[in-house]
Design a protein around this ligand. Structure first.
Ligand code: CMP
Length: 139
């Protein structure tokens, strides 16, 4: 089934010049970029994005980190895009991520894990709408 998913190159990925590396990996996997921009979230915008994690021990820290510098946000499209991109990223905890994944190759801790990806159809819908309006996503 053709799907769309939201991808982010996080502030650590942008500051370490890993944007091109991440984009080439996902294009090589056959995922299509149908929207893309660079943004810098405020703390409140990061809290809104991660609201499903509100109350968790890492909530303050991850929202500080995500608002600490620019991110590249993208919409990816393809067959089974949500799971394919998650496979490409690897586990949240990079020490548990498979060899060959983006996080295994580049993450430096559980928070500074270079990339984000939606984890379900419902979160993809919310997360895409959080950053992009209909005119910004190529049909
Ligand atoms: P992400 O996939 O963007 O979703 C939530 C983020 O919180 C996660 O990646 C990590 O960057 C960060 N995080 C920090 N600590 C944890 C943790 N213990 N479990 C899950 N996510 C964490």
């Amino acid at each position: 089934m053709k799907q769309r998913t939201l991808a982010i190159v996080k502030p650590d990925g942008v500051s370490r010049n890993l944007v091109g590396t991440v984009l080439s990996r996902l294009e090589a996997e056959g995922l299509r970029i149908v929207a893309m921009k660079m943004i810098r979230m405020t703390k409140d915008q990061a809290k809104g994005f991660y609201k499903i994690h509100e109350g968790k021990p890492f909530f303050e820290s991850v929202t500080d980190f995500m608002s600490s510098g620019p991110c590249v946000v993208l919409v990816l499209e393809g067959e089974d895009a949500i799971q394919r991109y998650r496979t490409l990223m690897g586990a949240t905890d990079y020490t548990k991520a498979e060899e060959g994944t983006i996080r295994r190759a580049f993450a430096t801790d559980i928070e500074k894990n270079v990339v984000h990806g939606s984890d379900s159809k419902e979160t993809a819908r919310f997360e895409i709408g959080y950053f992009f309006n209909a005119l910004e996503v190529m049909g």
